[in-house]
Design a protein around this ligand. Structure first.
Ligand code: IPM
Ligand code: MN
Length: 355
């Protein structure tokens, strides 16, 4: 028997549990084939749990998670819980506490999936966004004065530390080198307006770039990045950006790669424990209906296996996902798969078994 890994599973809210089930089905299958074992430890965190117990993310759970080999998360967000409580208290808290300072979001159009971009195909839509995941506007700095009065003041500050920015940029250069595709790294910022924050980003970017002479560097303002992602997505190879801009451009990225049903992401601490999730939300309206595409969750298990170093198993998952998209599913982007959530998971698992 090969290695053994302990993975924390947080199915979460809405459609999270049903897509996580399919991710687990595929993981089990890939592990069996490649002779390693996975021990799953389930945590019932999320909106339901919060409403029942008042508990969001207990300290002892954080402590246990630190000792895991990886975390697989479904979705966080509940219609009866005030916006912000679970997002900040659970999802962002996990990212921050575990110092998952990279949010890795591939934007890849697979064959058989339609994109709203005219005349663009899998060749043109294939890049990766590396979003800083620990600071920026997400750090929670700021405050409110005279709330509810006519003189109300709201301040929300973007925190950018040299250390935080540089470690993200360095990761992006390394990633770009290892990806070995166009070897081009684009910094996405707003140097013409956010002249403090992106001055720091820009200097760090070009200083680190000196250590990577094999990587071509480029810069685009965030608004222009949105434009180019639609007009000429083939210009991008790897994009590195701050937390807020990364959040926004990856929703756009998800749309051009065929929708939220296929977009996966990893919250990565290269020195610690990382957490993988489909990037679409909890979609409470569709919960339990078995109509949500589990491929985003399944693709995030591929990212999980990659970080565990189980490359062969990871690439088996990718191969199977590609085959299912090409041969089996109907119009994924339009939300018509032609199969239930569980059937899609089984299709992927069966291809892994028979391949
Ligand atoms: C994402 C989500 C989260 C974010 C929310 C739910 C806090 O939109 O993972 O992109 O803004 O990071
Ligand atoms: Mn988002």
């Amino acid at each position: 028997m090969g290695k053994s890994y302990t993975i924390a599973v947080i199915p979460g809210d809405g459609t999270g549990p049903e897509v996580v089930d399919e991710g687990l089905k595929v993981l089990e299958c890939a592990a069996k084939k490649h002779d390693f074992s996975l021990n799953f430890k389930h945590y019932p965190l999320g909106g339901e749990h919060y409403m029942k117990t008042g508990e969001i993310l207990p300290d002892n759970v954080i402590g246990e998670l630190r000792g895991m080999d990886g975390i697989f998360l479904g979705a966080i967000g509940h219609p009866e819980v005030k916006p912000g409580i679970l997002e900040k208290g659970l999802l962002l808290q996990l990212r921050f506490e575990l110092d998952q300072y990279i949010n890795l979001r591939p934007v890849r159009l697979y064959e058989g999936v339609s994109t709203p971009l005219k005349d663009k195909g899998p060749e043109e839509i294939d890049f990766v966004v590396i979003r800083e995941n620990s600071e920026g506007l997400y750090a929670g700095a700021g405050g409110t004065l005279k709330r509810g009065t006519a003189d109300e003041v709201a301040i929300q500050e973007s925190i950018n530390t040299r250390k935080g920015v540089e470690r993200c940029i360095r990761y992006a250069f390394e990633y770009c080198r290892n990806r070995n595709r166009k070897k081009k790294l684009t910094l996405c910022g707003k140097t013409n307006v956010l002249t403090f924050a992106f001055d720091l980003w820009e200097r760090a970017f070009y200083e680190v770039a000196k250590e990577y002479p094999d990587i071509e560097t480029d810069y685009a303002h965030v608004d222009a990045t949105c434009m180019w992602m639609v007009k000429n997505p083939e210009w991008f190879d790897v994009i590195v950006t701050d937390n807020m801009f990364g959040d926004i451009i990856t929703d756009l990225g998800a749309m051009i790669q065929g929708g939220m049903g296929i977009a996966a992401g990893g919250n990565i601490n290269p020195e610690g424990v990382s957490m993988f999730e489909p990037i679409g939300g909890s979609a409470p309206r569709y919960a339990g209906k078995q109509i949500i595409n589990p491929l985003a969750a399944i693709c995030s298990t591929q990212l999980l296996l990659e970080t565990l170093g189980e490359q062969k198993a990871a690439s088996d998952i990718e191969k199977a996902v590609k085959k299912v998209l090409k041969d089996d599913l109907k119009d994924v982007a339009a939300g018509k798969m032609g199969y239930s959530t569980a059937e899609v998971g089984s299709l992927v698992a069966d291809y892994i078994k028979t391949d």
